[in-house]
Design a protein around this ligand. Structure first.
Ligand SMILES: Cc1ncc(C[n+]2csc(CCOP(=O)(O)OP(=O)(O)O)c2C)c(N)n1
Length: 371
């Protein structure tokens, strides 16, 4: 039988308390849109503040329209984004065009703001290969479906940027569920060891489909997982666009100055279902929880902040909404006009040189399609 030690080697409470203190949630705007952290206010012009709001409103409209287009059978795969606009749009707002974006399936808005034409985003949703072909001037990969895999790819892309001497970063996104994957740990660890200019974002929307974050990990925060990788970690109020922007801008600065990657955990919530493929959130979360999070809404909060500064009005927002609806309408038309994809298209884009064992099948399909 093992003898009981007399000395307390680790005071577990002390250790956990110290970690908790280190990863307190960073916030600039409270739920009412009041500035509670003046010294952390990012240096954004009035026009930039308005542009950030415009992009978040556009993204909310896009979400609403995408959900109804999906219900009409006009879109395929769709993962709702409402509630997560600050986490998505304000992280992206801190980037430059030369930065690389490696999104997950819920991160189509960041791709659009990075330059992916909207009609191509709709084609992605329809499983059309054109939706996965980034234009040459858009530094991005198409959305990753394998949970966490983009974290490893980001470490590699970031290291590539560093080796080529580029002053640019690679940013990636996953959810709280993704932060339990092996790929997540491998990605942050590798990037840390090589001081690769990466920004790893975890949008902690509290559920991995129906699994609550409390069942995901015993760690008090996801941000603290950075410690084991020897990188900087920060937990941010993910419903506060200014805090999200400031934390990302600072992470970018560190990355391009050779100080290595940052793990950013944004505390957020998705109002809708996990995807449009039959998930029913009422089975795993209460109306009270949903109401509680809706009080924190990033658009409501940022609108109040801008209105107080005399920078936003109802008319302005109505115009953004109407313009967004029109843009979406035109993009759907353009997606509808795209030629249907053929089996031979898929085979052609998959291989630079067709493997000989597929050549026969390629011939068969070529003949079938010509009829
Ligand atoms: C490797 C892998 N395992 C399982 C799945 C199935 N799956 C799709 S989404 C999902 C939950 C992911 O949750 P989270 O990372 O929290 O992101 P969220 O969808 O909430 O944004 C799972 C398990 C998958 N796509 N890939």
């Amino acid at each position: 039988m093992a003898a009981k030690t007399k000395k307390v080697i680790v005071d577990s409470k002390k250790q956990f308390d110290a970690i908790k203190k280190q990863f307190e949630t960073f916030q600039i705007l409270n739920e009412k849109g009041e500035v509670v952290n003046e010294e952390a206010m990012p240096d954004l012009t009035d026009d930039q503040l308005k542009e950030l709001m415009r992009r978040m409103v556009f993204t909310r409209v896009l979400d609403q329209r995408s959900i109804s287009l999906n219900r009409q059978g006009r879109l395929g795969f769709y993962a709702p984004t409402a509630g997560q606009e600050a986490s998505q749009i304000a992280t992206h707002f801190a980037l430059e065009k030369e930065d690389f974006v490696l999104p997950g399936y819920r991160d189509v808005p960041q791709l659009i703001w990075h330059g992916l034409p909207l009609y191509q985003a709709f084609l992605f949703s329809r499983g059309h290969f054109r939706g996965n072909q980034m234009p040459d001037d858009v530094n991005a990969l198409s959305p990753q479906i394998i949970i966490g895999a983009q974290y490893i790819q980001t470490a590699g892309v970031a290291l590539g940027l560093k080796k080529r001497g580029k002053k640019a970063v690679a940013i990636t996104y996953t959810g709280d569920g993704g932060a339990s994957q092996g790929d997540f740990y491998e990605g942050i660890n590798f990037a840390g060891a090589y001081k690769a200019p990466a920004i790893f974002v975890v949008q902690n929307n509290r559920y991995a489909i129906s699994t609550p974050v409390e069942k995901q990990s015993a760690a008090g925060t996801i941000a603290q997982k950075a410690v084991a990788a020897g990188i900087v970690g920060v937990q941010v109020d993910g419903m506060d666009p200014l805090a999200v922007y400031a934390a990302t801008a600072e992470a970018r600065e560190r990355a391009i100055n050779g100080e290595g990657p940052t793990l950013i955990e944004t505390l957020t919530f998705r109002y809708g279902p996990h995807t449009m493929a039959g998930d029913d959130p009422t089975k795993y979360r209460t109306k009270e929880i949903e109401n509680e999070w809706e009080q924190k809404d990033p658009l409501v909060r940022f609108r109040a902040f801008l209105e107080n500064k005399g920078l936003w009005s109802e008319e302005e927002e109505t115009k953004v909404i109407e313009d967004a609806k029109e843009e979406i309408k035109q993009a759907i038309k353009k997606a509808d006009a795209e030629p249907k994809q053929k089996v031979t298209d898929l085979m052609k884009i998959m291989f630079e040189k067709m493997p000989h064992n597929l050549e026969e099948q390629f011939e068969i399909y070529t003949q079938k399609e010509s009829k």
